[in-house]
Ligand binder design. Structure first.
Ligand code: FAD
Length: 341
């Protein structure tokens, strides 16, 4: 086993924070993962599971063992997993998500194109049920292969077992926190019929004169929108959206509409409404704000950034300040999206 000590996690977190793992190992298969877990048990070390580090805010060095999940491999459909309309593919938890999207599209397997350019690994995708441009992984996920870190048992959870919701899953709850994802299985479509329900996507396609897009055109458009809108973590450290879009009651909505009638709002179940956290943060004047080396992106109020030399504590403090301000101004509690360590 190649366990390294005092390993810098700077290349392993998209904020680019300069923190260390007490011990670190990159695992390429389930057997090595099990061995690494056994080693941590023998030494009574806590374990932190790391994919691409694009949804983590490290505020300090990581104690114990960081296990970097690097399980490779994309299994393409076989005669038993393909029919005239759909095909199932399996991806190792360490497969780069965007490469998986490209690979599927190149094989005329459709359904992942709206999720193009989301950083990170396939194994982390179900953890917060990644979503973008009207699609969530839950729409195509059939099952997740996991190793139970306590019992060592390997099992396959169906998508419904994973209890996927908006940026939520079983894995974020105490009942699922022992599971380490080793592979995911996705049911993709063989019909080139993209999902263009998402308004901003529709509008961009229309503005380019694309009336009946195929999945490749949707992929290209999603990539263009994202590249124009979101800072590239290799140039400006960030973890994408820092807050979830809050769901508020009609009473809360009416109160905010009284202050600003332009608040965008989207009906949800039980007379609730989803509102864009970015809009609230922007209205409160945080866009472009800078606190030393960290700040709020100048074009994207939802993205907190490390301009260079910042640390996780500074990001956590800034996030708390924004949260308090939004609560005071609008009576809305923002919830953090990335994992804080
Ligand atoms: C620029 C940018 C844009 C983004 N855009 C989006 C977006 O549009 N939509 C979206 O949903 N997210 C987005 N994100 C967030 C992030 O890309 C996703 O959450 C992604 O799935 C995280 O993958 P990761 O491999 O980097 O996970 P990590 O950051 O390494 O881990 C995240 C969490 O998952 C756990 N974890 C990781 N791998 C496993 C595993 N195999 N088994 C069990 N637990 C595991 C970790 O312990 C941690 O708690 C964006 C981030 C960035 C930086």
């Amino acid at each position: 086993m190649n366990i390294e000590s005092n390993k810098s996690l700077r290349p392993y977190n998209s904020f680019g924070f300069d923190i260390n793992a007490e011990h670190f190992i990159s695992v390429q298969n389930t057997e090595s993962l099990a061995e690494a877990l056994e080693w941590s048990k023998q030494h009574h070390y806590p374990v932190f599971i790391l994919g691409g580090g694009s949804n983590c805010v490290f505020t300090r060095n990581v104690a114990g063992l960081v296990i970097h999940i690097a399980i490779p491999g994309i299994e393409l459909p076989t005669a038993t997993t393909i029919d005239h309309a759909t095909a199932t593919i399996k991806a190792g938890a360490g497969v780069n998500w965007h490469q998986l999207v490209i690979e599927a599209l190149s094989r005329n397997l459709f359904g992942l194109e709206n999720l193009a350019l989301i950083p990170g690994c396939a194994g982390a995708a179900p953890i917060q049920n990644i979503g973008a441009y009207g699609t969530e992984i839950g729409d195509i996920l059939t099952s997740v292969e996991v190793l139970n870190r306590k019992s060592g048992e390997q099992l396959t959870l169906s998508a419904s077992d994973c209890d996927l919701g908006y940026r939520h899953s079983l894995f974020k709850t105490p009942a699922g926190s022992d599971f380490i994802v080793t592979a995911i299985n996705l049911k993709l479509s063989r019909q080139d019929m993209p999902n263009i329900q998402y308004k901003a996507l529709q509008q961009t396609l229309q503005s380019r004169g694309i009336e009946n897009p195929g999945c490749q055109q949707v992929f290209d458009t999603v990539c263009e929108i994202r590249q124009a809108k979101l800072p590239d973590p290799t140039r400006l450290g960030n973890a994408g959206s820092f807050f979830k879009n809050p769901v508020i009651s009609r009473q809360q909505l009416d109160a905010i509409l009284k202050i600003n009638e332009k608040l965008p709002h989207f009906p949800q179940a039980n007379d609730n409404f989803k509102v864009p956290a970015a809009w609230l943060i922007d209205q409160a004047g945080w866009k472009g704000h800078r606190s030393g080396p960290v700040g709020v992106h100048k074009a994207q109020a939802l993205v907190l950034v490390n301009h260079g030399g910042g640390n996780g504590q500074q990001i956590a403090i800034l996030a708390e300040q924004i949260k308090k301000d939004i609560l005071k101004r609008f009576g809305v509690t923002l919830e953090r999206e990335p994992v804080l360590y």
